[in-house]
Design a protein around this ligand. Structure first.
Ligand code: NAD
Length: 487
């Protein structure tokens, strides 16, 4: 199958407020550019302050009934939504590719995860129990705690996982009894449109989920809106700071899922085949490096250092970069022209800083020259203090640094403002647990364990953010505790 035989139509995008499909917004319009050829492929309406206000009021009105909807009914509706996502899995994978250039098989994997996240939180809807905190003790008071929904949650997401980002936030918020106003990135509007259609088809009442593609101004208006009681955000640290400042003025809580520069420590005793394929595909292959929790810093023990570099070079040069809709494509373009030039700038500075360019480093020319394609790029001998080791690239660039001892590996890994994920490759069980305990990160993934497991809490520390998604903690973020005592 080639891109010629695949449906390349783009769905019309609307602002979705209550049951309304609005075709223009006070935020103007955005020209969506196909990252494969650099051409405008759709014009989408953008929400402004007026639509954010209408959506927040609509969600607030819907909250009155939704919070009282039986938990088993909320579960049924969310399971229905998960079934519909599953029935539309191929279309979501196609839209993911069209939204931001994610290759179909990778996008399909993220759709499968999104179905799991939706089912998992559907299951929580009727299993939230309260705790008895005192039962007629010496003071003669019986007390218990209640987890109650906040009301309207403001959901702001970025462009790199347009469906999974929705699935990591909305089902949990709804299962807990909240309603939502969602601002997807204007760069990836198509996935959100189909998601809104399926919310409607699932029978989730109008106004419970409102979706407004919008520019940063719409996101800021959502954060500031007095009817929005909590914000959940996925994006970069600079935006997160602005959100925190607004939230501080309003005493509004927020969950912030931000970036990372996750270290992947490869010990000499690791399974090198798996360390090489996992370490290369995850960092510069599948998502072209555009993932928050990817292992983009590889720390390799000195006795296997040159061997690993040789293996990774061969693997990186084997990655097929191309049209995300075409069969056989492993890695697609980066999201837009600005990202392409930002990444090329970081590559230039890494060379100037003395890192050894092992492979890649250039924009891809020829048939792909009009699109935003970069060669999968590997640098070795990267100074742990350099920009490439310290700053998130969000592009297909892997930084490799040698280490001698376990202690040195831990020190280099922890020498980061970020703390999202940590990766360890070793066959020594004791070492795996010892090092995992020392890494200053929100999660540690050993010997190829995958992230985004729905049953465990995901979220970083430091510059990687605040709060959790996933597991019980993920739904507790959408509940506030009240204690009730009776004499
Ligand atoms: P970004 O912060 O620029 O934008 C994210 C979202 O915030 C967009 O919808 C944008 O319109 C909106 N926004 C921008 N300014 C705003 C403001 N002042 N107020 C409210 N909303 C505003 O991020 P980006 O460049 O689009 O995305 C890349 C970043 O996202 C990377 O740092 C990446 O690591 C991070 N990310 C994190 C996770 C995670 O789960 N931890 C997942 C994916 C991406």
């Amino acid at each position: 199958m080639t891109s010629q035989t695949i449906d390349t139509t783009r769905p019309a995008v609307h602002l979705r407020i209550g049951a309304e499909r609005i075709t223009s917004g006070s935020g103007g319009a955005h020209q969506h550019i196909n990252p494969v050829d650099g051409r405008v492929d759709a014009t989408i309406p953008l929400a402004g302050r007026a639509e954010v206000d209408l959506a927040a009021r609509t969600a607030h009105e819907a909250f009155a009934d939704w919070r009282r909807t039986r938990p088993s009914e909320r579960r049924r509706l969310l399971l229905q939504l998960a079934d519909l996502i599953e029935a539309n899995a191929d279309e979501f994978a196609r839209l993911g590719a069209i939204d931001n250039g994610t290759p179909i098989p990778v996008a399909a994997g993220l759709v499968a995860s999104s179905i799991e996240w939706t089912r998992y939180y559907a299951g929580w809807a009727d299993k939230l129990t309260s705790e008895v905190t005192g039962s007629f003790g010496p003071d003669g008071e019986f007390s218990y705690s209640l987890g109650q929904p906040y009301g309207v949650i403001g959901v702001i997401i970025t462009w790199n996982g347009p469906l999974i980002s929705l699935a990591m936030k909305i089902p949990a918020a709804l299962a807990a009894g909240n309603t939502v106003v969602v601002k997807p990135s204007e760069l990836t509007p198509f996935t959100a449109e189909l998601f809104a259609d399926l919310v409607e088809q699932a029978g989730i009442p109008a106004g419970v989920v409102n979706i407004l593609p919008g520019a940063p101004e719409a996101g800021a208006a959502l954060v500031e809106h007095p009817l929005v009681k909590k914000v959940t955000f996925t994006g970069g640290p600079d935006t997160a700071r602005k959100i925190l400042h607004s939230c501080a003025d309003l005493m509004k809580p927020s969950v912030l899922e931000l970036g990372g520069k996750s270290a992947n420590i490869v010990f000499a005793d690791a399974d090198l085949d798996q360390a090489c394929s996992h370490g290369t595909m995850m960092s510069i292959g599948a998502l072209s490096g555009q993932g928050c929790a990817l292992p983009t810093r590889m720390l390799v023990q000195d006795s296997i250092y040159e061997e690993m570099i040789g293996r990774i070079k061969a693997f990186a040069e084997f990655i097929t970069v191309g049209d995300p809709l075409a069969e056989g494509t492993v890695s697609g373009p980066v999201v837009n022209e600005a990202a392409l030039h930002r990444i090329l700038g970081m590559i230039e500075r890494a060379r100037a800083d003395g890192a050894r360019l092992v492979t890649g480093g250039h924009r891809i020319e020829g048939a792909l020259a009009d699109g935003f394609f970069l060669e999968p790029t590997v640098f070795a001998d990267v100074d742990p203090q350099s920009e490439l080791a310290q700053k998130e690239v969000f592009g297909p660039v892997l930084a490799i640094t040698p280490f001698a001892t376990e202690q040195e590996a831990i020190e280099i890994a922890n020498n980061s403002e970020y703390g999202l994920s940590g990766y360890i490759q070793t066959n020594d069980l004791r070492r795996a647990h010892r090092v995992a305990e020392e890494l200053i990160t929100g999660e540690v993934l050993i010997n190829g364990a995958m992230n985004l497991g729905v049953n465990r809490a995901f979220g970083g520390i430091g510059l990687s953010g605040l709060g959790k998604e996933g597991g019980r903690q993920g739904i507790e973020e959408f509940l506030r505790l009240k204690n009730i005592a009776i004499a």
